[in-house]
Design a protein around this ligand. Structure first.
Ligand SMILES: Cc1cc2nc3c(=O)[nH]c(=O)nc-3n(C[C@H](O)[C@H](O)[C@H](O)COP(=O)(O)OP(=O)(O)OC[C@H]3O[C@@H](n4cnc5c(N)ncnc54)[C@H](O)[C@@H]3O)c2cc1C
Length: 410
């Protein structure tokens, strides 16, 4: 049984006047997995941490909701490293099916997990608050400027009131949204995100529990031309739909629901689709900004500002690893920011340490994921591979686990 959301709802733990009163040790923008994990780890060391988000929690998030081995091991470490255990009711993920042009191949998948983002993000933020983090929802970060030893962050409430918060270090964990800008005309242009051509966007929906005969613990990846779509049953029996598609699909007079329906009907023969495609038309569909980008761990204009999670960079989500990367980057940033004596490390030293360790830990995962996303650009390659997998089932499991990083924690 899941803990109902109502039991874990987060109350505002600070009001705007109090948030603005004294400088914080660390302010974190964004309460996704990266922001909340970093808040827990830093607050655990006794520092004053403010975690803010433009939304309140629980809130929906476009995501396949699969937890990679790296994500699972980071969640376990987060629980063991903090003063309170983290209780998450993660379901196992046991089977992966890849479908393309009417062919499908399945492999056992022994080391993954599934949890809705409503539940994961709310529990992680609640855990951060229980560890001593101050929580400020419904507050959008707008821009920053340096102010002596501090960073001055301008924020806006849902009622459009703006005010400023002072902090010694600022962690940007705002995901794919490059929302926070420097307020100073002297700032370099390097703030622009590097994005490749033919970039895709994310689409996501939650289908009602009557949405089709999809087994629990079974991830389905449907591949069509111009995109792919993951389907998984969540803990409350609803079906999570998460897709990456080329935006031109939406420009050709297709609605998001039609674009998702096309991918599913291209991948499956009419009778074998595991969800009821018609329900997509009645379901709200959320979209993300462009997915693949490379922005960097540090801010080029201020050594007190660090990026974690998707804010550093992201590669299309086929292999389902973003949450693991976000959690790992949160841990690396926390270790770089705080000394063993529970003090803030000098900014230059922290920046160099974080940058080095981030690349040591995650560069290989990013390269592998980039290769997979390139291969997926060729529908012929994908459908031939899926057919070949049917002929050589013994090879399929190890290859699938290698490309999805399922056998690689580290
Ligand atoms: C289609 C799709 C499928 C995916 N499937 C998977 C999967 O199965 N498994 C997996 O591991 N990963 C998956 N991912 C990737 C995963 O969702 C991300 O990598 C992960 O959410 C990154 O976490 P984060 O904490 O960096 O950012 P986010 O989770 O995006 O959190 C960012 C937070 O910042 C807040 N915010 C944004 N701007 C501001 C602002 N200006 N002020 C205040 N707050 C702000 C947002 O409200 C949000 O709460 C998928 C992604 C997509 C698009």
């Amino acid at each position: 049984m899941m803990v109902p959301h109502s039991e874990t709802d987060l109350c505002v733990s600070v009001v705007s006047q109090a948030a603005a009163a004294d400088p914080w040790d660390v302010v974190i923008i964004g309460a996704g997995p990266a922001g909340s994990a970093a808040a827990t780890l830093i607050a655990n060391n006794g520092l004053r941490v403010l975690l803010l988000d433009r939304e309140n929690l629980p809130r929906p998030k476009v995501c396949g909701c699969c937890l990679s081995p790296l994500a699972l091991s980071e969640l376990d470490l987060l629980s063991r490293q903090s003063t309170r255990p983290l209780k998450l009711r993660i379901q196992p993920l046991r089977k992966l099916t890849i479908a393309s042009q009417g062919h499908a191949t399945s492999v056992p998948y022994a080391t993954g997990g599934v949890l809705s983002r409503l539940e994961l993000d709310t529990q992680l933020a609640a855990h951060a608050v229980a560890t001593g983090t101050t929580w400020l929802p419904n507050t959008r970060a707008l821009h920053w400027q340096t102010d002596g030893d501090c960073v001055l962050l301008s924020v806006q409430t849902k009622n459009n009131a703006t005010y400023q918060i002072q902090t010694r270090r600022l962690l940007l964990a705002a995901g794919l949204h490059n929302a926070v800008r420097c307020d100073d005309s002297q700032c370099s242009q390097a703030q622009q995100r590097k994005r490749p051509p033919h970039n895709r966007i994310g689409l996501g929906a939650t289908l009602p529990s009557t949405g089709g005969p999809l087994d629990p613990e079974h991830l389905i990846m449907a591949i069509g031309d111009g995109g792919y779509c993951g389907l998984i049953r969540l803990e409350d029996n609803t079906i999570d739909v998460a897709a990456a598609i080329h935006p031109s699909k939406l420009q050709k007079d297709e609605s998001p629901a039609e674009a998702l329906s096309h991918i599913l009907s291209q991948a499956f023969e009419a009778t074998t689709c595991p969800v009821n495609i018609a329900t997509l038309k009645e379901t709200p569909i959320r979209a993300t900004p462009q997915l693949t980008h490379q922005t960097g761990t540090l801010d080029p204009d201020c050594n007190k500002i660090f990026r974690i999670g998707d804010a550093v960079g992201y590669i299309e989500p086929f292999t389902g690893e973003g949450i693991g990367w976000a959690l790992r980057s949160a841990r690396l940033a926390s270790e770089a920011l705080v000394t063993e004596g529970n003090r803030l490390r000098p900014a230059d030293q922290a920046a160099a340490r974080y940058h080095r360790r981030y690349h040591q830990a995650l560069a290989w995962h990013h390269r592998r994921c980039r290769l997979v996303s390139l291969a997926l650009r060729s529908p012929r390659f994908v459908s031939t591979s899926v057919q070949l997998a049917g002929y050589f089932p013994n090879l399929t499991g190890p290859v699938a686990r290698l490309i999805t990083g399922n056998s690689l924690v580290g």
